[in-house]
Design a binder for this molecule. Structure first.
Ligand code: TPP
Length: 559
């Protein structure tokens, strides 16, 4: 372990857990997540020291009920820890059951700091009071540093055991308690980046009249999840570079910027942006988030559904836009297009180059063919997987991305193509992905879409929603192909800043959460067809063979 500077979040988490132990808490159930890392790491550390027992469960609903079971048996509240967003909502059924049966239970939900609530920040929602009719006590703790968590544990345990009961509760009756625990980065001792404090509110454009996008400002158009085709139209109308997240459904047309992350970090391109026109909810890159936080950039957010976006505190929210006539800034556009062209990655690395193809020399051609064969036999990695899925998907198909690494890799490497893309990026939960795709399949296929609904997700997201595989016998059978990139756990957490300083065994247990589930047996048990695929050639074949019903494709990936 490297020496690490302190983090108020991890200090507060450590003392909260120590206090819980002092008040008799012995069992903690953890569901993995990044925002809750300080709590999870404090718990695993205490468990190693023998001060408490830690149990890890991937699905928060399961984690909640597991804690309920522990409390039921011991009549001492067990605590459950989860990350922010939809993760927290998955604790509701256990909270309700605990309330109605008088079982003590502590719900510890990690949260973003208050300044990131209600402004469209990633994975931030309204967590204080989330379980309110069903808890004996609900507290929204201060951000460590702004205030202290001292004394929270004592109050929480007392309320869970029935003392201090809320007016709605019978005194002396045990029940669930909710502690909402926000923190700012650094989330763990050692590393982290500070998120700026965001203040102020957005001036509103007049609803009804379109906001005029004048000429003369160096502009980019940004399309996040659920942005739709309007983003491409605006880029087209203004001759502006289009940064379209892969989940936007707007990654097509002449104005697409490939490899945009690098360009946004570049002083000459990203550094000189004066205006960003945003559609939908971008969440997939730190670079876009950083751009939307800048106060030297005029951010114009074209509102559709979803939460208002205002990361820099002065974003202009408008209902619609129109582009002023006039000269396009060809120099600005040209600079982006040049950088974009230079960044295009050729994923068929071993494919013969133009010269090789044109050559009449037999040996050279033979080598080229061999190299190509080599490429299709090459073991799959994330880039090849997302590329194969993207190539196999057409406008009559639907493509649903799970949240986690694959969608980010797809966003980073895939080129332009007009296909209908979906994702649950409103809160970026890993729950409900297959269920959502089942709905998309049923709806699109009822409307006559001839294609298939294809889902690309990680193994934990798959296991989180395995219940969605169940289809009662008389239900309409969708054509759905679920492609699981199985790297044996949540490898997205390998990139947490804290990964270089916390003990490997704790990180593996509470974040990566390894498993050896046999997906084949799950698929067969639920009546899905199953294929395990290890080469590009086999993957292309599987993805281009028409799908008749429910199909699971497992692609093993290296960690
Ligand atoms: N719980 C919910 C409901 N949503 C979340 N986003 C999280 C927890 C935190 N979380 C984000 S990514 C992730 C978790 C647990 C791991 C996902 O693992 P997997 O689906 O296997 O994808 P990989 O990281 O391997 O790409």
């Amino acid at each position: 372990m490297t020496a690490s500077p302190a983090s108020p979040a991890s200090d507060a988490a450590a003392s909260l857990l120590a206090e819980l132990i002092a008040h008799g808490i012995r069992d903690i159930v953890i569901a993995p997540g990044s925002r809750s890392q300080a709590l999870a790491l404090a718990a695993t550390r205490l468990a190693r020291q023998g001060a408490m027992r830690v149990h890890v469960r991937i699905d928060e609903r399961v984690a909640g009920f597991t804690a309920l079971g522990l409390s039921r048996e011991t009549r001492v509240p067990a605590a459950v820890i989860c990350t922010s967003g939809t993760a927290a909502a998955n604790l509701l059924p256990a909270a309700m059951e605990a309330f109605h049966s008088g079982v003590p239970l502590l719900l510890l939900t990690a949260d973003r700091p208050p300044e990131l609530r209600g402004v469209g920040a990633n994975q931030a929602t309204i967590q204080p009071g989330l379980f309110d009719p069903f808890v004996r006590l609900s507290l929204d703790a201060p951000v460590p540093g702004d205030g202290s968590w001292d004394g929270l544990a004592e109050k929480a345990v007392a309320a869970a055991m029935g003392a201090d009961a809320a007016p709605s509760a019978l005194p002396g009756v045990a029940g669930p308690v909710h502690l909402n625990l926000p923190s700012r980065e650094p989330l763990s001792a050692g590393h982290g980046e500070e998120s700026p404090v965001i203040q102020g509110s957005a001036p509103k454009g007049e609803p009804g009249e379109p906001f005029l996008l004048t000429r003369g400002l160096r502009t980019v158009v940004i399309a996040g999840a659920d942005a739709g085709a309007l983003a491409e139209e605006i880029a087209h109308a203004g001759t502006w570079p289009l940064i379209a997240e892969i989940v936007s459904g707007a990654r097509y047309g002449r104005y697409i910027v490939h490899g945009y992350r690098e360009m946004l970090r570049d002083d000459i391109l990203g550094g000189r942006i004066q205006r960003a026109v945003v559609l939908g909810h971008p969440t997939l890159s730190r670079e876009v988030t950083a751009l939307l936080r800048r106060d030297d950039v005029q951010v114009v957010a074209v509102r559709s559904g979803g939460e208002e976006l205002n990361l820099n505190g002065r974003t202009v929210a408008v209902a619609s836009v129109t582009v002023a006539p006039g000269e396009a800034d060809r120099f600005w556009m040209g600079a982006w297009m040049e950088a974009s062209a230079a960044s295009v990655v050729d994923l068929s690395e071993a494919a013969p180059d133009q010269e090789g193809l044109a050559s009449t020399d037999f040996a050279e051609r033979r080598d080229a063919v061999r190299a190509e064969l080599e490429a299709v036999r090459r073991p799959l990695d994330r880039e090849l997987l997302v590329d194969a899925v993207w190539r196999a998907t057409w406008p009559h198909d639907r493509l649903m991305f799970g949240s986690s690494r694959l969608v980010r890799v797809a966003d980073a490497v895939l080129g332009g193509k007009k296909v209908p893309v979906h994702s649950n990026r409103g809160l970026a939960g890993i729950d409900g992905t297959i269920s959502t795709a089942m709905g998309i399949a049923l709806a699109s296929q009822a409307e006559g879409a001839a294609g298939v609904t294809r889902v690309l997700l990680g193994d934990l997201a798959f296991l989180h929603d395995v219940g969605a595989l169940l289809l009662p016998p008389d239900e309409q059978e969708p054509r759905i192909q679920v492609v699981v990139g199985n790297d044996g756990g949540g490898t997205i957490f390998d990139s947490l800043e804290v990964a270089s300083s916390a003990p490997r065994e704790d990180l593996d247990r509470a974040f990566y959460t390894p498993h050896t589930t046999r997906l084949e047996q799950l698929a067969l048990a639920y009546g899905w067809t199953y294929q395990r695929i290890t080469t590009r050639a086999a993957l292309d074949q599987a993805l281009t063979t028409p799908v008749g019903g429910r199909q699971l494709i497992e692609v093993p990936l290296p960690r």
